[in-house]
Each structure stands twice: as structure tokens, then as C-alpha cells.
Design a protein around this ligand. Structure first.
Ligand SMILES: [Fe+2]
Ligand SMILES: [Fe+2]
Length: 169
């Protein structure tokens, strides 16, 4: 028994796990979730990009410009997630073939401005829900990842509020 305790103790304090204070399989799970979030950000970047170039109508110039701003912010989120995945010892997955299957948010093919705004709002709400769950999952086990996700979540909440204000305008 004493030997087993010593083994467990050694396992828990292994140098490979020291950086984030987590065990390897738990970290692998976080990396998987970060990769799903990376796919989500990339799909959101593409959706907003297409909406920027295809939105038209008298009221849409300001909104179309904001779609580009959102697209650039989603790209920034993707960069930060990829960087964190590497810091945790993982491989960021940019494979285009599986992006939409892994993403929490849809790409969307809408052509009308209102439908675009609505699709973006749903996508942001999905992202908010998933980031909220991820923060809860990470808890105090990996403060660096949690702070990153909290930062990104705050921006997604701003995006959602902005979209909501255009719907009620
Ligand atoms: Fe984002
Ligand atoms: Fe967003």
C-alpha cells in the first residue's frame, strides 16, 4: 500500500505535468476541446468574412463593416487558441475537411441581411455556451487556459449584444 501511494505521488508530481498541474489524460481532453473551439473560431471567421462581402442594402454598410471586424476578431481568437494548444503539448488542427463537423457553430449560406444577423447571433450563442462549459470544466486546474477562454468569452458576449441591438433597431 505504501508503495502504491508513493507511485501515485510520483505520478501526480511528474515533471511533464508540472507546468499546468494537470495529469496527461485530462490535458488531452482540454486540448481536444480547445481544438473544437479552434474549429468554431475558424468557421465563424469564414462566415463573417462571407457576410462582409455579400451583405447589401441601404442599411447594411455599417453592419457589413462590422462583420469584417468580427471576422478579424474571430481570427485573433483562433490564433490564441492555437498558441495555447501548442503550449499544452498538443497539435492545433486546421484541417479544412473536418472544420464544419468539429465546429460548435454553423457556416451559414443566408443571402439576406436579417438572416445573416440571425445566423451570427445563433453562432455566437453556441460559442458562448461552449466557452462557459469549458471554463467550468477547466476550473482551477489550468488558470492560464481559463483566463484565455474568459477573455474570448467576453468578446463573444459583445458580439452577441451588438447583433441583438441590430435585430431590435
Ligand atoms: Fe471568437
Ligand atoms: Fe464572436
Amino acid at each position: 500500500m505504501a508503495q502504491q501511494n508513493a507511485l501515485n505521488h510520483a505520478k501526480g508530481t511528474a515533471p511533464a505535468d508540472a507546468a499546468s498541474g494537470t495529469d496527461a489524460s485530462w490535458t488531452q481532453g482540454v486540448i481536444k476541446q480547445l481544438n473544437d473551439s479552434l474549429a468554431t473560431e475558424l468557421v465563424c471567421m469564414l462566415r463573417y468574412r462571407r457576410h462582409h462581402y455579400t451583405a447589401h442594402g441601404l442599411a447594411s454598410a455599417k453592419i457589413a463593416d462590422e462583420f469584417l471586424v468580427h471576422s478579424q476578431e474571430e481570427a485573433g481568437h483562433a490564433d490564441r487558441l492555437a498558441k495555447r494548444i501548442v503550449q499544452l503539448g498538443g497539435q492545433p488542427d486546421f484541417k479544412p475537411d473536418s472544420l464544419s463537423q468539429r465546429s460548435h457553430a454553423a457556416y451559414d449560406d443566408a443571402s439576406g441581411l436579417k438572416a445573416m444577423i440571425q445566423a451570427n447571433l445563433v453562432a455566437e450563442q453556441n460559442a458562448i455556451e461552449n466557452y462557459t462549459q469549458l471554463i467550468r470544466h477547466v476550473g482551477d486546474r489550468d488558470p492560464s487556459t481559463r483566463r484565455l477562454i474568459e477573455d474570448i468569452l467576453a468578446v463573444e458576449q459583445q458580439h452577441a449584444e451588438e447583433l441583438q441591438s441590430w435585430i431590435t433597431e
